[in-house]
Write a protein that binds this ligand. Structure first.
Ligand code: IPE
Ligand code: IPE
Ligand code: MG
Ligand code: MG
Ligand code: MG
Length: 322
């Protein structure tokens, strides 16, 4: 999205929405098979991936890339890849064997439309496509292998998938503050951390070359192995933000509605999930989320106004209504 179209006084919700719909056009083009396949799997994968969504993780990838001196174009493969992983996690999260939900992104869930077997395969297909996109679309001189490692770590048994396991095993157990915190870190915050680290690597990994990011064309920078300070700082930002984000998600489940959310509400309590409101109460949960947002923002102190988008996004994550 050209910066000229996004005035600084436009609310972040609107800036994000406009950016997301531009991202969708590029994402749509990447969600087409290279090679022969069956139309059924293409349809099922695209159904969930192109159903709207806030596109927070791709936005983080892109802004973190720019903060390390890269261009939006440099971030696109990693941005699309993490959205594929995220969508896979949603499709599987909604399955009858997991959260058993009927509504997602304002539409019937994948398995409601295509059946359980196809939904499992559509999730598998999206997860696989994520790594294909990075391997296929990133220049050979880039940090592609490192970016794949970051994505695998954020997603796998020590990351999102590990967190989903802990979430499942934690059902119907007395709520525990330590347990819910460790579930949140793994199932959600590690993917936010990965988004920021992947973005930073896409821009070269290093801060100190900011101010040149115009967000329009592809940079020809070869990877510098000098330092990865940008990766560490922005990764810290992503981790705190992800923790705040999942607390907000738990709070929305308590006090919002399916109409507004585009997904079920009020189900965490019914399913006896480990959530922040259950473990800490609503007020303390909100206070902790706010504190985590301030913590996230404070990690950005090395940046000037070029990081204002991320600061605004951090506040949006806990103030959002959906
Ligand atoms: C929902 O994520 C799943 C969680 C990790 C809580 P989002 O709220 O980012 O979902 P979309 O992408 O906007 O649909
Ligand atoms: C899911 O957490 C996080 C994922 C890894 C998908 P939730 O189960 O709370 O997500 P929603 O509320 O269904 O989006
Ligand atoms: Mg779940
Ligand atoms: Mg769920
Ligand atoms: Mg939830």
């Amino acid at each position: 999205v050209p910066d000229s179209e996004l005035q600084a006084d436009t609310p972040i919700s609107e800036r994000l929405e406009r950016w997301a719909r531009c991202f969708d056009e590029r994402f749509d083009a990447l969600l087409r098979p290279v090679g022969e396949t069956l139309p059924e799997i293409v349809e099922a994968m695209r159904y969930s991936a192109l159903a709207g969504g806030k596109r927070l993780r791709p936005f983080l990838v892109t802004r973190c890339c720019e903060l390390c001196g890269g261009y939006q174009e440099d971030a696109l493969p990693a941005a699309a890849a993490i959205e594929c992983v995220h969508t896979f996690s949603l499709v599987h999260d909604d399955l009858p064997a997991m959260d058993n939900d009927d509504l997602r992104r304002g539409r019937p869930t994948n398995h409601k439309v295509f059946g359980e077997a196809m939904a499992i395969l559509a999730g598998d297909g999206l997860l696989t496509l994520a790594f294909e996109l990075i391997a296929r679309e990133m220049p050979p001189t880039s940090h592609a292998t490192t970016i794949m490692l970051e994505l695998a770590r954020g997603t796998g048994w020590c990351g999102m998938i590990g967190g989903q396991v802990a979430d499942m095993l934690g059902e119907n157990h007395p709520s525990s503050r330590e347990l819910v915190e460790s579930i949140h870190v793994k199932k959600t915050a590690k993917l936010f951390e990965a988004a920021c680290r992947m973005g930073a690597w896409s821009g070269g990994g290093h801060i100190g070359e900011t101010g040149i990011a115009g967000g329009k064309t592809q940079s020809n920078k070869t990877p510098s192995n000098k330092t990865s300070d940008g990766v560490e700082i922005l990764g810290q930002f992503g981790l705190s933000l992800g923790r705040a984000f999942q607390i907000a998600d738990d709070l929305l489940d308590v006090d919002s509605s399916a109409d507004v959310l585009g997904k079920s509400a009020g189900k965490d309590a019914k399913s006896n999930k480990q959530t922040y409101p259950a473990a800490f109460g609503v007020d303390e949960s909100r206070a902790i989320a706010d504190r985590l947002v301030e913590e996230a923002i404070s990690t950005l102190s090395v940046f000037d106004s070029e990081a204002d988008d991320l600061r605004d996004l951090a506040r949006f994550v806990v103030d959002r209504r959906s």
